[in-house]
Write a protein that binds this ligand. Sequence first.
Ligand code: GCO
Ligand code: MN
Ligand code: MN
Length: 389
Amino acid sequence: MSTDPFLPAPEHKFSFGLWTVGNPGRDPFGEPVRDRLSPVQLVELLGEVGAWGVNLHDNDLVPIDANASVRDGIVREFRTACVSNGLTVPMVTTNLFTDPAFKDGAFTANDQAVRALSVQKAMGAMDLGAELGAKIFVMWGGREGAETDGCRRPDVAIARLREAVNFLCEYSVANGYDYRIALEAKPNEPRSDIYMPTTGAYLGFIATLDHPELVGVNPEVAHEHMAGLNMTHSVAQAWDAGKLFHIDLNDQLVGRFDQDFRFGAANPKAAFWLVKFLEEVGYDGPRHFDAHAYRTEGYEGVKDFARGCMRTYLILKDKARRWRADPEISALVAGLAESSQAAPPVGRYSQGGAESLKLCRLDRAALGGRELRYEQLDQLTIEILCGVR
Ligand code: GCO
Ligand code: MN
Ligand code: MN
């Protein structure tokens, strides 16, 4: 029996995209460094490292030009491989960015034929996912953006996006698929600017849909960091709105190209706050790693990468437990929750409440003089993360 406390188990709901462990290491400056593995081989690799789920774009599994019988054969073989490797398919998505037809966007393209092709392809991906048992449908609009805003008015693009999402919600309901649709924001790359740059932008957009209850978000660490934002804050807003339908875990330094690093590789403290948040609120969706191995790696390195993502998550989960159990940290945190002066709660508005708030006498200078000890709180956090506490 292994005594390793950081081994992945199904209850952790760790998933990887076929495109993540299958990434061959091509970048804008260099050719692939790893041979492409088939979907079945990738499922075997994920089974070997102990993942729970495998996610896919339609064309990670079925080539874009495959006919119906080829498609059905591929899907059958893939399902068998998932069963024999103990993997579930929690999420599917559509690739609306690789094919040159989508070079100026998919749902937001000016050409109505491109928009029709995009919705047609997304419906096909929904059919495929339903066949594989997926309950989450991610939409990432990587090409839904612009280099020159002369190409279309951005509000027209948003209206087209709304039309497509509304249509696909109805399609999901009409076919009994019952997808939870998760919209994934990114500020740029591959387009110079993407119309829906942040998770917060999508939360605003969702409220304008015909079926807002079917639609949530899929925040990604790298995308929020590319925008210079705090991932945990974005996730918290999504959680508060009941919209955290999925999550893409990886890492990214601010101000760099889209790095897709192993979870926790670049900003372990930010990763810690994120894991702590997800565990404390009881997020019970998939923990999906949307990242890939360094270009220096072969398939042993890809396994190191995948195991590392899951292991880091579990280590940080344990650190969060230690953080909560630490007496000095608990005392500091408890102190922060105490009011330093007698004051009425704000609560819901009432005339009486407003009057008592207006009348209460508060010592503003004393409030400004209160010492908060956040230096100590953060240092203790760092000591936990560094393993000396
Ligand atoms: C990226 C995105 C994608 C999406 C994927 C699922 O930066 O390329 O994160 O990996 O998550 O296409 O929709
Ligand atoms: Mn990404
Ligand atoms: Mn992603």
